[in-house]
Design a protein around this ligand. Structure first.
Ligand code: URA
Length: 296
């Protein structure tokens, strides 16, 4: 969007043209802010409930990468307002094409960072979270450039053990997940639905040996083949903890990841396919949020 369309609300930059409907929404929020207690800005995400106006969003799109959060806000949402860029945890408030408010937020890399952001998002009132990430396929039929929708995770993540027992299920919300599947079908994107392995490390835990540590621990050697035989589709680093948190903190979570590595043939990220995979994952998630919001 062109910078000349930007304006400010309080001290915040607003990206893009603002409709009359949204101006009324901001005005209502401003009045609400005047009438209530001083806003509590959460330490990590850098904004609070009162920054979300009088009709706050209940749904958030959550990316690991702040640039992805910005891309989603600028390209797919309307009447966007920057909430915070604290610690690279960029958050934007915007609107879906159907007029419903939505957050585009950043989890950072890995489960410890995600757990902090999700905890604070729940405290500001978010009730549904769709993770939009990237992953490596460990099944030969899942091509780089396609997307994986996770219905559950094998959660090999330390952060999750501070939230629930290791045996606690890491399950996605069925309704939000069906919305992702419907959106993928409507957008005619090649998708795969199944179980994801969420681990804490990109190199060692995903059995990459072409790195600073070629001598993996015995417990990790052969683990990708073992997971493949267990019908696990892909590796990524966040959704197991997100799913466990959703069960314990009582919100709905779903996850979609663009496939950017084909681990059956290579350890490498395939850059040429990355943009397509990520773009498809974003488009599906935004459409799924609209489907879910219209049904609820
Ligand atoms: N993210 C991961 O965690 N692993 C991959 O292979 C690609 C993206």
């Amino acid at each position: 969007m062109h910078p000349k369309n930007n304006f400010r609300y309080g001290n915040e930059e607003i990206l893009g043209k603002v409709s009359k409907k949204t101006l009324a929404w901001y005005a209502a929020g401003a009045i609400a802010t005047l009438n209530f207690m001083p806003n509590k800005h959460f330490y990590h995400i850098g904004f609070g409930q009162d920054d979300l106006g009088s009709l706050p969003p209940s749904i958030a799109l959550l990316s690991g990468d702040p640039e992805r959060s910005r891309l989603i806000a600028q390209t797919y949402l309307q009447d966007v307002r920057l909430l915070s860029e604290n610690r690279g945890l960029n958050s934007y408030l915007g609107f879906l094409p159907n007029g419903r408010p939505i957050l585009s937020a950043t989890s950072g890399m890995g489960a410890p960072s995600l757990s902090i952001v999700v905890n604070e998002l729940v405290q500001v009132g978010i009730e549904q979270i769709i993770r939009i990430g990237t992953c490596g396929s460990i099944q030969p039929h899942i091509a780089v450039g396609s997307v994986v929708i996770s219905n559950a995770a094998l959660c090999r993540q330390g952060a999750a053990n501070d939230i629930a027992p290791v045996e606690y299920p890491a399950a996605a919300d069925p309704f939000l997940t069906v919305a992702l599947v419907k959106a993928a079908q409507e957008l005619k994107v090649d998708y795969h639905l199944g179980i994801t392995a969420s681990v804490d490390t990109f190199y060692e835990g995903q059995e990459r040996t072409d790195s600073a540590n070629p001598n993996l621990m015995r417990s990790l050697r052969g683990i990708t083949e073992e997971y493949r035989q267990l019908n696990i589709l892909n590796y990524e680093m966040e959704c197991g903890t997100l799913f466990k948190m959703s069960g314990v903190y009582n919100f709905a979570a779903a996850a979609i990841c663009g496939v950017i590595a084909g681990r059956i043939v290579s350890e490498n990220i395939i850059l040429e396919q990355r943009d397509k995979a990520v773009k498809n994952a974003i488009a599906i998630a935004v459409h799924a949020a609209a489907i879910f919001e219209s049904a609820n």
